[in-house]
Write a protein that binds this ligand. Structure first.
Ligand SMILES: Nc1ncnc2c1ncn2[C@@H]1O[C@H](COP(=O)(O)OP(=O)(O)OP(=O)(O)O)[C@@H](O)[C@H]1O
Length: 260
């Protein structure tokens, strides 16, 4: 796997012709192999933006370019060979076991009804090992815990062998250990990644750049240390944010309080 350059220019989205935009014109670049974090309060437009990136919703204006190619100018199957997504709400795929769900990730690479070839099987084995899922291989997906399902959906996305991975709140449902594991995995993957996160300290830890959204408007883009100042975080999230250096790691840590 290796990443691709993602270039987003002036994308906006509105549900209907006459409604106000849910997402106003937003532009940014994600260099090959970099991780971009998208943060913002509830309803800021994070999931809306991500849906434009994985070709679920066409932007009302603007373009999403992957290695110089507009993803809306290529067939959906071809786009799915480059871009995979892990979403907040997963369709309940009851009746399929874990390995079968992960195998669905190979669909964009298959022709017609051809069965899995040795490469497909090797990819599926590899991602199951990566997400520590071999022990759950034959379990019905519907019987899994929220955290186990989340790991299966990350594995399915990786089985797509994408160059760009879009993750919408990937640590939802995960206990601390599995949160850290998924974040460590994100850091270690040789992919271009766009991830929405509510935890700003986690975002600062794993992201090369951060995009802040508020009320459907981009409020800032930059490295975590330069962007996530006390003033910007306090204003955007309507809290009192304090930033302190943690010893001995010498990293910035944000804490939050309700304004008095
Ligand atoms: N199809 C739609 N029709 C009308 N409004 C929509 C539609 N989709 C999203 N919205 C609205 O757009 C706003 C942004 O929603 P979005 O889900 O992108 O926010 P978010 O930042 O991901 O929020 P959260 O952190 O709560 O998941 C919300 O007010 C939402 O109700």
């Amino acid at each position: 796997m290796s990443g691709m350059h993602l270039s987003v220019t002036d994308v906006s989205w509105r549900p209907h012709k006459r409604s106000a935009p849910v997402l106003h014109a937003t532009s940014f670049d994600v260099a090959k192999g970099h991780v971009l974090g998208v943060v913002g309060p509830n309803g800021a437009g994070k999931s809306t933006l991500l849906r434009l990136l994985y070709r679920f919703q066409a932007p009302t204006t603007g373009q999403v370019m992957v290695n110089g190619q507009d993803i809306w100018a290529i067939p959906a199957r071809q786009a799915a060979q480059h871009v995979a997504a892990v979403l907040q709400e997963q369709a309940a795929a009851f009746g399929l076991n874990v390995r079968e769900i992960i195998s669905l990730g190979r669909t964009p690479h298959r022709r017609g009804y051809r069965s899995a070839d040795p490469h497909d099987l090797a990819v599926i084995d590899r991602v199951m090992a990566l997400l520590d899922l071999q022990g759950l291989s034959h379990r019905d997906f519907g019987t899994l815990s929220g955290g186990e399902r989340q790991r299966v959906m990350v594995a399915r996305a990786l089985a797509q062998e994408p160059e760009i991975l879009i993750l919408d709140e990937p640590t939802n449902h995960l206990d601390i250990r599995h949160q850290l594991e998924v974040l460590a995995l994100i850091r270690q993957l040789d992919l271009t990644i766009v991830v929405s996160l509510h935890d700003l300290n986690m975002a600062a830890d794993i992201c090369d750049n951060i995009l802040v959204l508020e009320d459907g408007q981009p409020r800032g883009f930059g490295t975590p240390d330069s962007l996530l100042t006390e003033a910007l975080v306090s204003n955007t999230f309507r809290v009192d944010a304090r930033r302190e250096k943690l010893a001995p790691s010498d990293t910035n840590h944000l804490s939050f309080h309700l304004p008095s």
